[in-house]
Write a protein that binds this ligand. Structure first.
Ligand SMILES: O=C(O)CCC(=O)C(=O)O
Ligand SMILES: [Fe+2]
Length: 352
């Protein structure tokens, strides 16, 4: 038998030093880069998003998902996969890496046939239940936003727009810290490819489900996948269930236990490519909450869960070319330059 390898820990980085003068700044940058090289995931605490703003974001998310279905469906996710906006109802959406189908139409039909947990028992293993989206970038003609009418939830749209741009502000600071930590002279090397208009903010709601359905993998809250873009900032409530692949023990996962108001930051596939595979895009999933008091009653029902991922992506026509400090004579660039849009197309083509 192999000796047991120690479980990977997700590092915690205190971001306060980034907004100070002096050596604290470089220490933060190096700590984040070290975490992204080793684990691909890092908790960022003492960042510049006020706690009250995060509380407000979860408050609005609860209000949205507690609306009657008919009202949420006033902003439906359009048919097909070209536009990824609006409310997707339980069973509409599965995470791509768990699904194989020949074409969009077939896939969409498959997904609609899985409206809830009862049907899912007989169907594919991995079903994302109530995995829903509402995205708020306003100035992108390719991906028009889907908003519920203002009178249905007054103030919702304005808040989500504010949160989108505040999230980009702190995400931009993290991109600057990554550039500094990678030894780039220009702190804006990564950030300058992101105008912010190609980001994606999602509100996710995982309804209560029986623990045994998750344990027996008849359903999954969110199957294992990597993210595609540059970085993801994830805000989660205190339910728990997010797990990150243990880089020392591939195929095993370690919990990313919630830390109040921390940002869980992870590297996406595009940034991994950009960094010549120096920064790691790590697989993650959402499953059973690890804390016993998140599971209630005789039916062992897991508590509902809210999370808010925010994906930062470079602009579609920006060229992603090996970061100069990630290549050298002994480490040639592994990948050709590619635009963000070209990369997405390539990924989509691989999938179908
Ligand atoms: O809900 C979560 O905690 C994770 C969601 C996620 O990984 C994603 O949307 O890509
Ligand atoms: Fe993810």
């Amino acid at each position: 038998m192999n000796p047991p390898t120690s479980q990977t820990q997700i590092p915690v980085v205190d971001f306060a030093g980034w907004n100070s003068d002096g050596p604290g700044r470089q220490r933060v940058a190096q700590a984040i880069v070290a975490a992204c090289k080793k684990v691909g995931f890092v908790y960022i605490v003492n960042h510049s998003l006020p706690d009250t703003l995060l509380e407000e974001a979860f408050h609005w998310s609860r209000l949205f998902f507690e609306l009657p279905v008919g009202e949420k469906l006033l902003a439906p996710h359009p048919d097909g996969w070209a536009v990824h906006r609006g409310y997707s109802w339980p069973g509409l959406e599965k995470v791509s890496q768990a699904v194989s189908a020949d074409n969009d139409e077939e896939r969409a039909t498959q997904l609609r046939e899985v409206p809830d947990i009862k049907v899912s028992r007989a169907a594919a293993q991995y079903i994302v239940i109530g995995f829903s989206t509402l995205v708020v970038r306003e100035e992108n003609p390719m991906q028009p936003n889907q908003w519920i009418p203002e009178e249905t939830l007054p103030g919702f749209r304005a808040f989500m727009n504010r949160f989108y741009w505040e999230g980009f502000r702190v995400g931009g600071e993290i991109l600057q810290a990554l550039a500094a930590g990678l030894g780039l002279e220009d702190e804006n090397h990564l950030l300058q490819k992101h105008s912010g208009h190609n980001n994606q903010l999602r509100l996710l709601y995982y309804p209560p489900v029986p623990a045994d359905a998750l344990e027996q993998q008849r359903v999954a809250r969110c199957p294992a996948h990597t993210d595609w873009s540059s970085i993801t900032l994830l805000f989660q409530d205190d339910c728990g269930g997010l797990e990150v692949e243990d880089v020392n023990n591939p195929g095993q996962f370690v919990p990313a236990t919630p830390i109040k108001n921390a940002i869980v930051m992870n590297v996406g596939d595009l940034l991994q490519r950009w960094s010549n595979d120096q920064l790691r895009s790590t697989s993650h999933r959402v499953t059973l909450p690890p804390l016993a008091d998140r599971i209630e009653g005789e039916g062992r029902i897991t508590r509902r869960r809210f999370s808010i991922p925010y994906f930062l992506a470079p602009d579609p026509d920006s060229v992603i070319e090996c970061i100069p400090s990630c290549t050298g004579p002994s480490e040639p660039a592994k990948y050709e330059p590619i635009t963000q849009a070209g990369y997405n197309q390539m990924r989509a083509a691989m999938q179908y």
